[in-house]
Design a protein around this ligand. Structure first.
Ligand SMILES: C[S@@+](CC[C@H](N)C(=O)[O-])C[C@H]1O[C@@H](n2cnc3c(N)ncnc32)[C@H](O)[C@@H]1O
Length: 231
């Protein structure tokens, strides 16, 4: 396994059970919905993963573009959402075809940690180009330098206890500890950014950005940023 895209394309154990996966994507979709500005909006979900609750987001906007680099995941997205006329499934390369200023809301959740800083800069440049003036780019689930893996474990256990999959979560954590995930986390690592550092990066990319009060998803120790293109 070479990188995080391969990892997410594999039969990984990051979701400890079907219930965990369902709850995860429901929470993400509910949070995305709070940022959809109007029923006519074009929404881009960059590196969306399995996006199991995407139909809910699509029902609140005109078009939902699900972009995903992992080919196997993308195949499942196409099979799952092919019949939905509001959902388009794209590779990340396909996004080069998007017209300037054609997106009302772009979200990128739990992705920046897997990118090199250069990849992140290129993605910010894409977002700056496609998000329309007055539109929004929401960057979620950013890991801070001072928060370690124990906090991730606690956030998962809290979500599991609340949603009735605590035993599965404990087994899942044990499986993940022995899996490629920890090998990759130790070899390639995860990119972390401080709040001021990320605000400065977004500013340099041509956005005016603030940190949101709450993170998207279920890990309150991570950060979400809300950015709008600067004129
Ligand atoms: C933790 S999942 C997040 C999925 C979804 N956004 C969510 O919040 O559930 C990480 C996603 O990042 C993608 N990914 C991994 N490495 C990447 C990279 N270098 N560039 C772009 N996407 C990447 C994976 O394919 C996967 O879809």
């Amino acid at each position: 396994m070479d990188d995080w895209i391969d990892y997410y394309d594999s039969t990984h154990t990051i979701y400890v059970s079907k219930l965990h996966r369902d709850v995860h994507f429901r929470v993400i979709a509910d949070d995305i919905l709070t940022y959809v500005p109007l029923p006519d909006a074009v929404v881009l979900d960059y590196s969306c993963g399995e996006a199991l609750s995407a139909a809910q987001v699509a029902s609140a906007c005109r078009t939902l573009i699900l972009a995903e680099p992992a080919p196997g995941v993308r195949g499942r997205l196409s099979a799952r959402f092919g019949p939905n006329p509001k959902i388009e499934v794209r590779s990340l390369d396909d996004l080069a075809q998007l017209a300037d200023g054609s997106v009302d809301l772009a979200v990128m959740i739990s992705v920046a940690q897997y990118m090199t800083p250069a990849e992140l800069d290129r993605t910010f440049a894409l977002m700056r180009r496609v998000v329309k003036p007055g539109g929004t780019f929401v960057l979620g689930d950013i890991l801070r330098p001072d928060v370690g893996a124990a906090t991730d474990v606690m956030a998962l256990l809290r979500l599991a206890a609340k949603n009735g999959f605590l035993t599965d979560a404990l087994w899942g954590l044990a499986r993940t500890a022995l899996s490629d995930y920890w090998q990759l986390r130790q070899s390639i690592g995860l990119q972390r950014y401080g709040e001021a550092e990320m605000l400065a990066k977004l500013e340099t990319a041509g956005f005016k950005a603030t940190r949101a009060k709450a993170n998207i998803g279920y890990n309150p120790a991570r950060m979400t940023f809300v950015a709008t293109p600067r004129a």
